[in-house]
Design a protein. Structure first.
Ligand code: ZN
Length: 393
């Protein structure tokens, strides 16, 4: 991306100049790099995942200036179509090593692993996960409008407070006290790509610019699998011309994207329609509960139809300790229960089962979250994606 005539960017900052101006009412094809800027290869080794440079991530296309957009407007974005490039019909799912990225189950699976998927029209298969074939519910992982300077300062304030409250985990560096990943990633000048920003502004902007890893008020890296074709998303606008960016296209993903890079990651194209609702943020209360609001969306009408699921339950009890209403712990237990079952039913390794849960269209749900002290969470695997019956019997 850095070698392109008009490069994109891998940080959030309102001073990153737009690459092009677009009109509300129009639709446009946008091409996206894969989120690591294509550091991962179509191979049987996970060495590229082990050594991946995450400081370059996520590689985004944009920002796109939307003519006429003002702070307080809603930017309406329609996802009209998307797909891989014809010359690149493959993607991958990665388990990231605990000391370089980590993942939802990194205490159980500390080493890297990879599954490469072949994409054939709407379907995918992997030579690394035999017995599985499914239709992708394709979606972008990361999209949103640039923050205002005030909103960016707020992100940096609250994320710095989180990091400083846990000093043992500040760096994730092997020399630090703890080997655990840091709790948040603060601005980092190294490998910051800031589009066409003039060099004399680079150090200041890179020192303030937010990393792209978490979802935030504006949307960002939400990794919601249901932002699929046909979805309409309503984004709050914070700066003049909105400065919308997008990237991290996924051929498919399970709820939670649990292996960290749990989706089927791919470069590709996405067709978007844009419109504006003037003054919409106040009109529809998108700033009511929170001074900065969050996007809302209507999922698209086109998605794979699966009728039968094997659902795994989890509660917030782990290693003999009872947590209080902790849906994260409960989801982890549900996923670990699913992995143990798939190891038995499919003859998979734990890593293979974990990769499948990350990539396939699994459904994560909150059952009860009121019955003290335990919440009940489920994860469901669509049975039609497997080539054999795995039910008890
Ligand atoms: Zn992704």
């Amino acid at each position: 991306m850095a070698e392109q005539a008009v490069p994109g960017h891998n940080r959030w900052h309102p001073d990153i100049p737009p690459v092009v101006a677009i009109d509300p009412g129009g639709s446009y094809r946008i091409e996206c790099k894969e989120w690591t800027d294509e550091q991962i290869t179509n191979s049987d080794s996970a060495d590229d995942i082990t050594s991946v440079n995450l400081d370059k991530c996520h590689m985004l296309s944009g920002p796109f200036a939307v003519n006429g957009a003002q702070p307080g407007d809603i930017l309406v974005v329609d996802i009209l179509d998307m797909g891989p490039f014809p010359e690149h019909e493959w993607g991958y799912t990665g388990i990231f090593a605990k000391d370089n990225g980590g993942g939802f189950l990194c205490d159980h699976f500390p080493d890297s692993a990879k599954a490469v998927w072949d994409l054939e029209g709407i379907y995918c298969t992997s030579r690394h996960l035999p017995g599985v074939r499914f239709a992708g519910l394709s979606h972008p992982g990361l999209l949103g409008c640039a923050p205002s300077h005030d909103l960016l300062a707020e992100w940096n304030r609250r994320e710095t407070a989180l990091v400083e409250a846990n000093p043992d985990r500040i760096t994730g560096d092997p020399a630090s006290v703890s080997q655990d990943p840091p709790l948040a990633l603060l601005p980092l000048e190294k490998d910051a790509l800031l589009g066409t920003l003039p060099p004399d502004h680079h150090a200041r902007v890179a020192g303030e610019a937010a990393r792209t890893v978490p979802p935030r008020d504006h949307g960002g890296n939400v990794d919601i699998k249901n932002l699929s074709k046909g979805t309409r998303i309503y984004f709050p606008v914070y700066v003049e011309d909105a400065l919308f960016s997008i990237g991290d296209l996924h051929f498919s993903q399970g709820d939670g994207e649990i292996t960290f890079c749990g989706a089927i990651e791919m470069p590709g194209y996405i067709d978007l329609g844009f419109d504006l609702i003037k003054g919409g943020v106040a009109k529809y209360g998108l700033d009511a509960a929170n001074p900065h609001g969050n996007p809302v969306f209507v999922p698209g009408p086109v998605e794979p139809r699966y009728n039968r699921y094997l659902m795994f339950e989890g509660i917030c009890v782990e290693d003999g300790r009872n947590y209080y209403m902790d849906a994260t712990v409960a989801y982890r237990r549900a996923c670990l229960n699913a992995i143990e079952y798939l190891k038995c039913a499919l003859g998979y390794t734990g890593e293979q089962a974990y990769l499948l849960l990350g990539a396939a269209p699994i459904e994560g749900r909150i059952g009860g979250i009121v019955d003290i002290p335990n919440c009940a969470v489920t994860v469901g695997i669509p049975l039609e994606i497997l080539d054999r019956d795995i039910l008890p019997g």
